[in-house]
Ligand binder design. Structure first.
Ligand code: C2E
Ligand code: MG
Ligand code: MG
Ligand code: MG
Length: 281
C-alpha cells in the first residue's frame, strides 16, 4: 500500500516498526517475570497411532497467560527467550513440568517436549533433564525431546555432543518440522532419532493433490523406515489429510483432527475417557 505513495515508503513503515520494537522490549521485560509470576503454562496435544487411532501420548506446548494480552503463543516469545538466554530457565521449567505431569499418566503414554538449539549449547542441559526424570520418576523412554534441523547448523557449539549425552539417558529424540530447514541426510543417519515429524506444510499441499509434497512424504516415510525410525504427520486437520497420511504409512498422527493442544485438566480427561476425539467432548 505504502508503495503507491512513492517517496513516503519509509515513513509509512516507521510507526509499525516502532510499535514492534516497543512491544518486543515490553515483552522481554515481562517475560523475565513470567516464570516467577506463574504465567507460563503447558498445553498438551494428543499424538495417536495412525493405524489404530490409539493414544500414544501428548506434545507439551508452551503458553504465556499474559495479564494484559491474554494467551500468547510460543511463536511470539520463544525467539525473545532465546536471544535473552531466558530460554534456559524457561526450558528447565518446561521439562520439569512436563515430566511431572506425564508421570501421572497411565501406561506407556509419552510426553514430547520442544527443545530449542540454544538450550543444547548449555552443557548443564543434560543435568536438567536427568534431574527432571529422577524427581518425577518418569521412565526416560516416556520422555521425547523434539529438536529441529537448526541444531545441526551449530557446529562448534557442542550442541550435538550435549544431544548425545541426553540420548544416553534413554530419552527419545524426534526431528521436528522436517523438511522446512536445511535438511541433510548426514545427521539423520548419524543421530539416534526415534522419529521424524513431517511438517504440516507438506501434509496440507499433498492432500490437495500437489505431486511434489506427496512424493516427499512418501520418500521420508521410506527413508525413516529403512533407518528404523517412526514418522509423525503434523497438523492433520481434515478427513482427507488423515486418509492420505494413513495411506502413505505414517506411524503417528498429530493435529486438530484428533485434538487441539489442551489445558492439563482437559488432557487428563482425554486419557480418562480413553478417547482422543477432543471434539466429541
Ligand atoms: P511445533 O513443535 O512444530 O508444534 C506444533 C505446532 O503446530 C503447535 O503450535 C501446534 O499448536 C500447531 N498445530 C498442531 N496441530 C495443528 C493443526 O492441525 N493445524 C494447525 N494449523 N496447527 C497445528 P504452537 O503451540 O503455536 O507452537 C509453535 C512452535 O513453538 C512449536 O512448533 C515449537 O517449535 C515452539 N514451542 C512450543 N512450545 C515450546 C517449548 O516449550 N519450548 C520451545 N523451545 N519451543 C516451543
Ligand atoms: Mg514440536
Ligand atoms: Mg513441528
Ligand atoms: Mg513448528
Amino acid at each position: 500500500r505504502s508503495k503507491d505513495r512513492g517517496g513516503g515508503v519509509f515513513h509509512a513503515y516507521e510507526p509499525q516498526l516502532h510499535a514492534d520494537a516497543e512491544e518486543r522490549r515490553v515483552l522481554e521485560l515481562e517475560l523475565r517475570q513470567a516464570l516467577e509470576r506463574r504465567q507460563l503454562a503447558l498445553h498438551y496435544q494428543p499424538v495417536v497411532e495412525a493405524a489404530s487411532g490409539t493414544l500414544r501420548g501428548f506434545e507439551a506446548l508452551l503458553r504465556w497467560n499474559h495479564p494484559r494480552l491474554g494467551s500468547i503463543g510460543p511463536d511470539r516469545f520463544i525467539a525473545i527467550a532465546e536471544e535473552t538466554r531466558l530460554i534456559s530457565p524457561i526450558g528447565e521449567w518446561v521439562a520439569r513440568t512436563a515430566c511431572e505431569e506425564a508421570a501421572r499418566w497411565p501406561g506407556d503414554l509419552r510426553v514430547a517436549v520442544n527443545v530449542s538449539p540454544e538450550q543444547l549449547t548449555n552443557p548443564h542441559f543434560v543435568t536438567v533433564i536427568a534431574s527432571a526424570l529422577v524427581q518425577s520418576r518418569l521412565p526416560a523412554h516416556r520422555l521425547e525431546l523434539e529438536v529441529t534441523e537448526g541444531v545441526f547448523m551449530r557446529e562448534g557449539t557442542g550442541a550435538t555432543r550435549v544431544l548425545e549425552q541426553v540420548l544416553d539417558l534413554g530419552v527419545r529424540l524426534s526431528l521436528d518440522d522436517f523438511g522446512t530447514g536445511y535438511s541433510s541426510l548426514g545427521y539423520l543417519s548419524r543421530t539416534r532419532f526415534s522419529s521424524i515429524k513431517i511438517d504440516r506444510s507438506f501434509v496440507v499441499s499433498a492432500a490437495k493433490g500437489v505431486p511434489e509434497p506427496l512424493a516427499i512424504i512418501r520418500a521420508v516415510v521410506a527413508l525413516a523406515r529403512s533407518l528404523g525410525m517412526a514418522t509423525t504427520a503434523e497438523g492433520v486437520e481434515t478427513e482427507a489429510e488423515l486418509a492420505m497420511v494413513r495411506e502413505l504409512g505414517c506411524s503417528n498422527i498429530q493435529g486438530y483432527y484428533f485434538g487441539r493442544p489442551l489445558p492439563v485438566a482437559e488432557a487428563r480427561e482425554v486419557i480418562r475417557r480413553g478417547s482422543t476425539n477432543a471434539r466429541a467432548a
